[in-house]
Design a protein around this ligand. Structure first.
Ligand SMILES: Nc1ncnc2c1ncn2[C@@H]1O[C@H](COP(=O)(O)OP(=O)(O)OP(=O)(O)O)[C@@H](O)[C@H]1O
Ligand SMILES: [Mg+2]
Length: 272
């Protein structure tokens, strides 16, 4: 486990979650389209309170759209999406912190002010918001870059600032779209272990989209494999050792490798 992860767990100093402890996401018979383009069809998915559900599927199948539906940024044309029992877009929006696929940092704000944005939106004063976000900068390997503009950061650093901003929002549900996509392999594995430790210390309900089957199976309790557009769930797999403290041991275990192979097979089958 990386030192930062140990520190996080030891201190238990995580951003406090708002609202009821643990909120479930429930999707039934979901349909969505952009005009004529059908993106999602008859999709069912459940994420229990404090559960982590991974989503993998072919490029362009509708994964980001699904996260936007969960977060209240899109509306279904059929079926239901509920977050903590709320089906209306506003109710979903207040319960979800959405990390979009592109980092979407505001270019005119410094890294620290970008990270503190969600706290400011909740009414925190600038100094208090900066202090709270700043506590996490070191743990994210961003110490010393608080005052940097997004353009001065590497792609991986921008992604970490965006991820930090999502976490400090203190929402019970995290909708994460490829949170570690532009990180190198080593940093990516470290961030996965870090997130695993963070979720053990401060559980949230998470819907995680990733292209990386191994990442999905390591971080999630369950992984749903989606078909090509219009997306529906073609297979759901139980992860053998969700968020195990020793990632390397977990992902090389024969049981894990067997489930990964099955997921890859379902992914290839659903891609056609
Ligand atoms: N705002 C939009 N208006 C019209 N079509 C859109 C819009 N956003 C996405 N699409 C289309 O809807 C489909 C699903 O897009 P979406 O971004 O949800 O896929 P995805 O699974 O996240 O893809 P990727 O794996 O490449 O991130 C794609 O064909 C895309 O071109
Ligand atoms: Mg996407």
């Amino acid at each position: 486990m990386p030192a930062e992860a140990r520190e996080f767990v030891a201190e238990g100093a995580s951003p406090a979650t708002e609202g009821p402890p643990g909120v479930a996401v429930s999707i039934r018979g979901l349909g969505h389209s952009y005009g004529e383009l059908r993106t999602i069809e008859r999709l069912d998915l459940e994420a229990p309170a404090h559960g982590v559900v991974g989503l993998v599927g072919p490029s362009g199948c509708g994964k980001s759209t699904l996260l936007e539906l969960i977060s209240g940024l899109q509306e279904p044309v059929a079926g239901e999406v509920e977050v903590g029992g709320a089906g209306d877009p506003r109710g979903r929006l207040t319960r979800c912190a959405y990390m979009p696929q592109r980092d979407l940092l505001l270019p005119w704000l410094s890294a620290i002010d970008n990270a503190a944005l969600a706290l400011r939106n909740r009414g925190a004063r600038r100094r208090a918001a900066r202090r709270e976000a700043g506590r996490l900068f070191e743990r994210f390997g961003l110490a010393g870059f608080e005052g940097a503009a997004p353009a001065e950061l590497s792609g991986g650093m921008r992604q970490r600032v965006a991820f930090l901003r999502t976490l400090v929002a203190g929402k019970p549900v995290l909708a994460l779209d490829e949170p570690f996509a532009s990180l190198d392999a080593i940093t990516r594995a470290e961030m996965q272990e870090w997130l695993a430790a963070a979720l053990r210390a401060d559980p949230r309900t998470v819907v995680l989209v990733t292209h990386d089957v191994e990442e999905a199976l390591y971080l999630s309790d369950r992984v749903a494999v989606l078909s090509a557009r219009p997306a529906r769930v073609v297979e759901e797999l139980q992860a053998p050792s969700p968020r195990a403290p020793d990632r390397d041991a977990a992902v090389t275990d024969p049981g894990f490798v067997a489930v990964r192979e099955r997921a890859m097979l379902a992914l290839r089958g659903g891609a056609g």
